[in-house]
Design a protein around this ligand. Structure first.
Ligand SMILES: C[S@@+](CC[C@H](N)C(=O)[O-])C[C@H]1O[C@@H](n2cnc3c(N)ncnc32)[C@H](O)[C@@H]1O
Length: 405
């Protein structure tokens, strides 16, 4: 790519090589700098507009495609064409999205310095559209709900959003929250409830469909969902996966990775437990004892209700400060930051023979894999779970065995 700074003549042409973790294609400028190209796919020749320049890298946007990838499709959602930034991979065919996400995880492990052989398990998929039962949306000045425009703060009203479950999509289209900065929308497909957690100050004149409960600051409300054959209470501000289909897919992969290390009399630690889904399903299916650690008060309250029928202890604590106790297996599902050195050491302090790491950021997942290996674990297998089709969000599950004391 010839970076024509003055912007004279035709747009520079980029030949993209592979995908970067953020979902842009990687190409190279003539001077050796890395170029991240939004909207391009590996193997494509595209004309680009350079949008950012730095000493060792630059960023560009594909403006036209001279040689398209066979994986390129026409984005199906009208909101995408109106500039909605919610689904940056709508131009990628659904199977190809999964392959690209797997390659990004492999590349992240290599870059973090991971050297061992790792089995790559088959990826798990959920329906490509209509899967989101929880969505954080923004509110426009007139109170209509939507998603941020690509690269901008303004809001694209998202009535008709194709990744939202139809009951969430209807909620987006029919709700007005003037004055609010946004909202968390949550539907319990199992319990039938619909919830709006309003963010910021809501002015007079707000409206939602009749059945919907609006939860303001200091208030609490919840929905019920079914995952892994069990019923879960999920409060408005508690973490929940993209929807029950995603949660079920993740539960299946985690259960396959951990169940053989558990049984009656064994102890499982579920670190970053949320409302208790991953550990709870494992405890119910293996008969093991469960210690669930979570810091968010609403999620802790949900987990206490959800796990009450099991042999389970819910601990409200920061996993980094939690004094480790002996366990047979650990499931850890941290936020995007990953585990980090201190939590990795803490989890290793349980002496667990099996550790299952769920990572929602490939670079953090790869860094954590290297940290856990330094703590005596070996990464045996990785599975991708595509919880957010059409987006660049990546969820990876790693199975680790303890190989040294
Ligand atoms: C990615 S979610 C996983 C939740 C759960 N495993 C699930 O599948 O629904 C991460 C959870 O970790 C909690 N969390 C974040 N940092 C924490 C910390 N330092 N200590 C304990 N919990 C934490 C968040 O509140 C959130 O519920």
């Amino acid at each position: 790519v010839n970076d024509n700074e003055a912007g004279q003549g035709s747009d520079p042409v980029a030949v993209s090589e592979r995908m970067a973790a953020g979902g842009d294609a990687i190409a190279q400028l003539d001077d050796g700098r890395v170029l991240f190209v939004e909207g391009a796919l590996p193997g494509e020749v595209v004309s680009v507009e350079i949008t950012e320049r730095h000493a060792s890298w630059a960023r560009a946007r594909a403006v036209s495609v001279a040689r398209p990838s066979p994986d390129r499709i026409q984005p199906p959602c009208p909101r995408h064409h109106e500039g909605c930034g919610g689904c940056p991979w709508q131009h990628v065919e659904a199977d190809a999205q999964v392959g690209l996400k797997q390659e990004i995880v492999d590349a992240a492990l290599r870059r973090a310095g991971h050297r061992g052989d790792v089995e790559r398990l088959p990826a798990r998929r959920i329906p490509a559209f209509g899967y989101r039962t929880t969505m954080r949306v923004a509110a426009a000045s007139d109170g209509r709900l939507g998603l941020r425009r690509r690269h901008e703060h303004s809001v694209v009203p998202a009535a008709g959003c194709m990744v939202a479950h139809p009951r969430v999509e209807e909620l987006i289209g029919r709700s007005r929250l003037p004055g609010a900065s946004g909202a968390i929308l949550r539907v319990g497909l199992s319990g039938g409830e619909r919830l709006v957690v309003a963010l910021g100050h809501v002015a007079a004149g707000w409206s939602v469909p009749e059945d919907v409960r609006v939860v303001g600051a200091g208030e609490r409300g919840w929905v019920h969902e079914s995952v892994g054959g069990l019923r879960w209470r999920v409060s408005g501000r508690s973490f929940f996966q993209s929807g029950p289909a995603g949660a079920d897919a993740l539960v299946d992969v985690v259960r396959e990775a951990a169940a053989d290390a558990l049984g009656p009399g064994a102890t499982l630690v579920d670190a970053f437990a949320g409302v208790g889904v991953l550990g709870g399903v494992l405890a119910a299916s293996t008969g093991c004892r469960l210690v669930a650690i979570e810091s968010h008060p609403e999620a802790v309250a949900d987990a206490a209700v959800n796990l009450a029928p099991l042999d389970a202890q819910v601990v409200q604590d920061d996993v980094a400060r939690w004094p480790p106790r002996l366990a047979d297996a650990v499931v850890a599902d941290p936020s995007r930051r990953g585990l980090g050195r201190r939590v990795a050491a803490n989890l290793a302090g349980t002496g667990a023979g099996r550790l299952v790491l769920v990572g929602c950021d490939p670079a953090a997942f790869a860094r954590d894999a290297v940290l856990l290996e330094a703590e005596g674990y070996r990464l045996r297998a990785v599975a991708l779970v595509d919880l957010f089709p059409q987006t660049t969000h990546i969820e990876a599950v790693g199975r680790f065995d303890r190989v040294a004391r």
